[in-house]
Design a protein around this ligand. Structure first.
Ligand code: SAM
Length: 252
């Protein structure tokens, strides 16, 4: 089956920096990469950051027909310029990001002067229609976010190690209304022996993670041949860029 590409500069780097990892209680498990992310931001090792607005967002978001004033949650938001684009569409954007270095850089690089206030475990940085809660996603509760209409996920689920992704989805379902949808972008690397149906269809891991709470619709697939920057001598490999729309099943 195709492998969802981690929204992360290099898995080898993750293994190296994380060392042995921790097991045990779910809260310990979900936070075991936090020191790694904080360190990456301090060291400015942020290859995952896109210097332009994601073009799948700009191309496919309008199909969702979200009214102006909708509240969009951007988990694990980094300093993504996609938040600026979403705010320009007339939406209210609520991001959550662990690293204060990332949050500071977002406002500074976009020449925005945010206000800052403490909200429980989080610091809320705000300017205009954009608010970023600086703290741990897994510590968020419903009241921190307020009403959410849609979740925008680019390299959020996929930033997390596979064994934490189900905790991420379970937590998402606790903190956003059951009716909220998710606009999800992935890159899926073809594996040897994949059938075309597997490669071009809904990823099996995503189906397992989301099908209980969401209707999954695959809106767009684009196959691209790419070289691995870590192994430039290897022949280019196929990857599928996919745009998913997950519609929340209303609670019943
Ligand atoms: C792969 S990056 C993607 C950032 C952003 N979505 C983008 O498209 O550029 C993942 C981000 O999640 C943040 N992060 C990781 N674990 C987190 C957590 N538990 N709570 C909040 N943010 C977290 C990291 O600091 C990093 O900025």
């Amino acid at each position: 089956m195709p492998a969802i590409r981690p929204g992360f500069a290099s898995p080898a780097l993750r293994d190296h920096l994380r060392g042995g990892g921790a097991g045990g209680a779910e809260s310990v498990m979900s936070s075991r990469d936090n020191p790694l992310w904080l360190q990456l931001w301090r060291d400015r090792r942020t290859d995952f950051h896109q210097k332009k607005v994601n073009h799948y967002l700009a191309r496919f978001w309008p199909d969702l027909a979200r009214p102006q004033g909708s509240r969009i949650f951007v988990p694990l938001c980094g300093k993504s310029l996609d938040m600026i684009w979403l705010a320009e569409q007339g939406h209210h954007v609520i991001g959550v990001e662990l690293s204060p270095v990332a949050v500071r850089a977002f406002f500074r690089e976009n020449r925005l002067q945010p206000s800052r206030r403490q909200m429980g475990d989080f610091t809320l940085w705000e300017h205009g229609r954009i608010g970023i809660l600086c703290g741990d996603y897994f510590a968020l509760d419903k009241a921190d976010l307020g009403q959410i209409d849609t979740v925008y996920d680019r390299a959020a689920l996929t930033a997390l190690p596979e064994d934490i992704r189900r905790l991420y989805v379970a937590h998402l379902r606790r903190i956003v209304p059951a009716s909220a949808g998710v606009f999800l972008l992935t890159i899926e690397d073809a594996e040897e022996g994949d059938s075309l149906v597997q490669a071009l269809g809904v990823d099996e891991e995503l189906a397992a993670l989301y099908s209980e709470g969401f209707e999954i619709s695959l809106e767009h697939v684009e196959s691209v041949f790419e070289s691995d920057p870590q192994a430039p001598k290897q022949p280019p490999r196929r990857a599928e860029y996919k745009v998913y729309r997950l519609s929340g099943r209303a609670a019943g």
